[in-house]
Design a protein around this ligand. Structure first.
Ligand code: PLP
Length: 302
């Protein structure tokens, strides 16, 4: 929300984003009184489909808000090309992608500004809530600093309605230590993803994610075909293996938005919501644990 407001988004504006994300992405837009305009995703990456963005641009469009889902960068070249052609600013939702790259550029350094999350489950997790906004635009930075501190530029001179959104010093101290290990953690996640890919190769009922350049595998999310996702999940659960579904309902079908977006159909995102399954992954996961998971997946679809 701070990022959107610092980029100038106001009530009545439109922000183009993906429906296949955690609700917070869209919620931030709506809380400002702006309107999320959801466009479909790419089937392979689960990220916003750049080809769907341009047809959705109107006079009211102010910002593009792509998400680097599961730790994989959105396809950035066409996004920045469209933004520059239409004079739009771009905010990255980098909540899941700290340390990830698009080609040789870091996510967070691609757009006009980027928002990171330090929620404990993230690749760089605090011991409670926390987040970070980055930008290389001095005026965006200044507005963001004011918004995080009740709209103050100088003490007790409140100029706008803001928030209490400071990072706790305790969390910052913990994050500073963990930050030194982020690269190691992310490389270990990638190694784990490569191992899963080998273990699941040849399984036709499942599509495993590609290990693309710069992907940091916040999640290792497979696609289970033929309507068998929930059954596979149940079988894994019976074997004592926890999985998650990110996300079971695309944003435009959530109860909070369902009536407003009843006429909107985004078939790729809707299909993904019925097929995705995130397998256990963390930096120190052992190959033997992954073997057990992979064997259970084979058994469930075999
Ligand atoms: C894609 C995405 N956007 C936004 C958020 C919100 O992050 P936070 O809860 O730290 O505000 C999350 C985290 O849960 C997320 O995964």
């Amino acid at each position: 929300m701070i990022g959107l407001r610092a980029l100038g988004v106001q009530a009545g504006d439109e922000v183009i984003t993906t429906p296949f994300t955690f609700f917070a992405t869209a919620e931030a837009i709506s809380l400002i009184g702006a309107r999320p305009v959801f466009v479909d995703i790419e089937a392979e990456s689960f990220n916003i489909d750049p080809a769907a963005i341009e047809p959705a641009i109107t006079d009211r469009t102010r910002v593009l808000l792509p998400v680097h889902l599961y730790g994989r960068s959105a396809d950035w070249s066409p996004i920045e090309e469209i933004a520059s052609r239409h004079g739009l600013r771009v905010l990255e939702d980098a909540a899941q992608s700290i340390g990830a790259r698009f080609e040789d550029r870091m996510t967070g350094a691609l757009g006009d500004a980027a928002a990171f999350s330090f929620y404990p489950t993230k690749n760089l997790g605090a011991f409670g809530d926390g987040g970070l906004l980055v930008t290389d635009d001095e005026s965006v930075a200044e507005t963001a600093r004011m918004l995080r501190m009740h709209g103050e530029r100088s003490r007790y001179q409140n100029e706008m309605l803001g928030y209490a959104s400071r990072l706790d010093a305790l969390q910052a101290a913990l994050l500073r230590v963990k930050l030194r290990h982020l690269n190691t953690y992310n490389l270990a996640r990638r190694d784990a993803a490569i191992r899963y890919g080998e273990m699941l190769a040849g399984l036709e009922a499942v599509t495993a994610p590609r290990v693309t350049v710069g992907h940091v595998f916040h999640q290792y999310t497979i696609r289970v075909h033929d309507g068998r996702r929930d059954e596979v999940r149940r079988r894994l659960d019976e074997a004592g293996i926890g999985t998650m579904i990110y996300y079971p309902i695309p944003c435009h079908r959530l109860p909070v938005y369902a009536a407003e977006y009843a006429d909107v159909s985004l078939p790729v995102a809707e299909a993904a919501a019925g097929e995705v399954l995130s397998l256990p992954i963390w930096p120190s996961i052992e190959a033997s644990v992954q073997e057990r998971v992979a064997r259970a997946v084979w058994a469930a679809v075999g």
